[in-house]
Ligand binder design. Structure first.
Ligand SMILES: C[S@@+](CC[C@H](N)C(=O)[O-])C[C@H]1O[C@@H](n2cnc3c(N)ncnc32)[C@H](O)[C@@H]1O
Length: 322
């Protein structure tokens, strides 16, 4: 789609409540299926979302797995319809668990999205070090983000999302370039395993990647996206002025990642309370007051001297007695 707005004039704190091709940010309240049905086709460059997982969070009612998957089918159809031919879908899910049995949702959704003609480009593992401890299986420490494109020609900007090389001083060891640096001065490809968002030791309760506890982005929402996770997708898969859509936008993390990078943002959300928070965060982004974790900020490594990194006195006594 053509881009009628100069990128330098993009993002205002004005939030439209229904689709307007000239708007910079829209949050439509209601059922995303109905909202998507009213949108034009082929105009969104990136759809990035974390759908309800059917685990009985405050905003959802848990149902059987197949019923849950079937209920999202019409939404998937609409997503594919509104996606630009050069566009991408990033579908972020974890596990559905019933009676202690784990059902990896990405496997189920892959089949359904592939059947709608989308092509998988990466299955990205979003890995984090902390979370709930399981007692009857190994503790879950990753979720997945399925990156599909609608066609074979798609936007992919690697340079804005490169990460520092481990050995930037590496050189070619033979041939015409022998002795010259072999890497890229902008850094390396971030790969398909993302260890994203680890909160600063000083301010966090845990050294965590997902938005929980004392993370600077935390709101009342039970499962927010870290803005940093979305930003990497926005920078790599869209250009300035493109539309980014989150059909389950919650407190607007995907919208913030888009606006922060001068993309247009469209969210659908059924809960008014979350929309109000999203609007406040957009106003805060605009005024410079929004707290968020910077993209690419290095992961904190404990030195071992922190109190929480040391063996508790009680356990030392136990060891001594044993
Ligand atoms: C997993 S959360 C997404 C959170 C979001 N990524 C964020 O960072 O805030 C799913 C969201 O979808 C909303 N939701 C669930 N079903 C919906 C529907 N049919 N239409 C619109 N929103 C819906 C829920 O209220 C919830 O906020």
């Amino acid at each position: 789609m053509s881009n009628p707005i100069e990128s330098s004039t993009l993002w205002t704190p004005e939030v439209a409540s229904s689709f307007d091709p000239a708007a910079e940010v829209v949050i439509a309240q209601g059922d995303c299926l109905e909202i998507l049905q009213g949108l034009p086709g082929d105009f969104v460059k990136l759809i990035i979302t974390s759908p309800p997982y059917n685990v009985g969070k405050a905003y959802e009612k848990a149902t059987g797995l197949n019923q849950y998957l079937d209920s999202l089918e019409p939404v998937l159809e609409q997503i594919v319809r509104v996606l630009s031919p050069e566009g991408s879908l990033c579908w972020q899910v974890g596990n559905y668990v019933a009676d202690g049995e784990v059902f990896p949702l990405d496997i189920y959704f892959y089949q359904r999205l592939k059947a709608k003609g989308l092509k998988l480009r990466n299955r990205i593992v979003w890995y984090f070090e902390h979370g709930l401890h399981a007692s009857k299986r190994f503790s879950g420490r990753y979720e997945t983000l399925l990156w599909f494109t609608k066609g074979d020609t798609y936007t992919f900007n690697l340079d804005p999302v490169r990460v520092p090389s481990k050995y930037p001083g590496k050189t070619h060891f033979k041939g015409a370039k022998r002795g010259q640096p072999s890497g890229n001065p902008l850094g390396k490809n971030p790969s398909d395993i993302w260890r994203i968002v680890v909160q600063d030791w000083e301010t966090a309760l845990w050294n965590i990647p997902n938005v929980k506890a004392n993370h600077p982005e935390k709101t009342i929402h039970p499962c927010q996206f870290p803005i940093e996770l979305v930003e990497r997708c926005v920078l790599a898969l869209t250009n300035e002025g493109d539309w980014v859509l989150d059909p389950f936008s919650g407190v607007g993390s995907a919208l913030l990642a888009a606006l922060k990078n001068k993309r247009r943002a469209f969210g659908c959300e059924k809960e008014e309370e979350y929309i109000e928070i999203a609007k406040r965060r957009i106003a805060d982004l605009h005024s410079g007051a929004l707290r968020y974790r910077q993209l690419g900020k290095p992961v904190h490594q404990p030195t071992g001297r922190e109190k929480v990194a040391q063996i508790p006195m009680e356990w030392r006594n136990t060891e001594a007695k044993a």
